[in-house]
Design a protein around this ligand. Structure first.
Ligand code: SF4
Ligand code: SF4
Length: 508
């Protein structure tokens, strides 16, 4: 990936000034037609859009050739863009993502990976309340009451998010704690859906009765992610701290499926449930839901169970197991397309929050004679394989950030909450100023700042890794193992095994 390093050195003095100038020509608010940045993209993709003569002129003469060249350069198929931005239910979220990307280029220039003018997604740890006592809770939820935003204050936050960078937030996920433990959850979820393109919930599932599943659906939530940490009650309940949690969570999944909600089983894989992985994948297939592997990070309550963290070899096994599922679906889709010209197979069904997924998938797909890549670190889509380095693995403080129940802003939910990681507060500070300027965010965004070490005469670490532009390592894991230094190596990666052995190996 030397090319990415060279591009990052030359872009600021070569292409960036030109691009910034060009985009500023059509990043305009028209009093009659609204935002020309988004309207010109719709126009380029052939959507019927009303444009005044001035806007039409700029759209056709400046924006169109720009989009034409840009999509060719990134090798993103126009048909893919048309499908995502215009035809699908979540077109609004995709359009906003695109708008933030263009404004990001205008503000910060092109970099690999790139930084948009605002996050594509925010995970809101919406409450500290929880009815379970999970060993690995990153939020240390439950216990004594801590201050949270009121309903009206939470609406103010949503108002701010709906206008981020003059475009608006594409996607918001309510997490916690348990979001359903707050009485005003449905009111706020419905409010969020009116202002944000794509809204989801991450829940322990135990409170998702038939009635609540219907309310989730009615409030407009697009996606429900339910934590299941074992394929059997004993494994799940032991980890979640409350007997009966497994049965209720499973009911929650089934209730969501019955309501027609896009549903996912999310499993934090650690040493005590690693052997359940195959059964969990089967369970997700039986239930017809997606499967998300959550990377175990020793943070929050999980800090006390650091010995549960997977070794680099175990993590590689998990990622290859999930990757093979995706590749199976990909090949199935490809075969159908060859036979009939189209396929309804949904490839993006197995995810991981582990940024090495991109690197593992690339190697795995080569073994199958394919060139298949995951987009960002947890999604896989056909048609955007060549932009993996642009999207760039770990998105902490770059593609995404997190909010605490009191409105505090952090780069990622897996960062501990302290004076070094809290970037500001949604109601007390200016979110855009934080996004544009905070030094911690810029530390996380520049891959050339990643560090390495010499181990037994060899250079080891994300800093010297050729895959740093598509992966970058989990910065929360680096923070956790290296006492707050976010640029250190992710020692859970197979490439950094010598470091893992040096730091952890002897202690186990
Ligand atoms: S060494 Fe770091 S950047 Fe490279 S693949 Fe591993 S975690 Fe990712
Ligand atoms: S630090 Fe990065 S890779 Fe790790 S969980 Fe957060 S966003 Fe994902």
């Amino acid at each position: 990936m030397k090319r990415d390093t060279v591009e990052n050195a030359f872009f600021p003095i070569t292409v960036n000034p030109l691009l910034k100038g060009l985009i500023s020509r059509f990043d305009k608010e028209c009093p009659t037609d609204g935002n020309l940045l988004l309207n010109s993209l719709k126009d380029f993709l052939g959507a019927p859009v009303s444009l005044c003569p001035t806007c039409r002129h700029i759209s056709r003469r400046i924006a169109k050739p720009f989009y034409e060249l840009g999509s060719r350069f990134l090798r993103v198929e126009k048909e893919f863009m048309r499908n995502q931005f215009l035809n699908q239910e979540y077109g609004e979220a995709w359009l906003r993502g695109f708008g933030l990307m263009m404004k990001g280029v205008e503000k910060f220039g092109v970099r690999v990976p790139f930084t948009p003018a605002g996050p594509f997604e925010i995970v809101w740890n919406f409450t500290y309340q929880c009815n379970l006592r999970c060993k690995h809770c990153y939020e240390n939820a439950g216990g004594a009451k801590r201050p949270e935003l009121s309903t009206e204050e939470a609406k103010q936050v949503l108002d701010i998010l709906s206008k981020v960078a003059g475009i608006g937030l594409p996607a918001l996920s309510f997490s916690g704690g348990e979001p359903l433990a707050r009485r005003d959850f449905f009111e706020l979820a419905a409010y969020a859906k009116k202002h944000i393109g794509y809204v989801s919930i991450a829940s322990n599932g135990t409170l998702i009765t038939k009635d609540n599943a219907k309310r989730i659906k009615d409030s407009g939530i697009d996606y429900a992610e339910i934590s299941i940490d074992g394929a059997t009650p004993s494994v799940h309940d032991d980890f979640r701290g409350i007997p009966g949690a497994f049965e209720r969570a499973l009911e929650g999944v089934k209730n969501c499926v019955e309501e027609g909600i896009d549903t996912c089983i999310a499993t934090t894989i650690h040493r005590d449930n690693l052997s359940e992985l195959g059964k969990l994948i089967e369970l997700s297939k039986q239930l017809g839901v997606r499967f998300m592997h959550f990377n175990y990070i020793p943070t929050g309550r999980a800090k006390a169970y650091v010995e549960l963290d997977l070794t680099p070899d175990e993590r590689l096994h998990v990622l290859e197991t999930i990757g093979k599922e995706i590749i199976g679906l990909y090949l199935q889709a490809k075969e159908e397309e060859l036979k009939s010209g189209k396929s309804n197979v949904k490839v993006d069904r197995f995810f991981s929050t582990c940024p090495q997924y991109a690197s593992v998938m690339r190697e795995l797909s080569k073994r199958f004679g394919e060139k298949f890549m995951v987009e960002a670190h947890y999604a896989a889509k056909k048609g955007v394989e060549s932009v993996a380095n642009f999207l760039g693995g770990c998105g902490a403080g770059r593609l995404y950030c997190c909010l605490e129940p009191n409105g505090d802003i952090k780069p990622c939910v897996f960062f501990p909450t302290n004076k070094n990681t809290v970037l500001g507060n949604m109601l007390k500070d200016n979110f855009e100023e934080i996004w544009d300027k905070h030094p911690l965010l810029w530390k996380l965004r520049i891959r050339e700042k990643l560090e390495d070490y010499i181990v037994d005469g060899k250079r080891v670490g994300c800093g010297s890794c050729p895959d740093k532009y598509i992966c970058g390592g989990c910065r929360a894991r680096a923070y956790s193992y290296f006492n707050g230094n976010v640029n250190t190596p992710d020692i859970g990666c197979i490439h950094n095994k010598p470091l893992w052995e040096k730091i952890v190996g002897n202690k186990r």
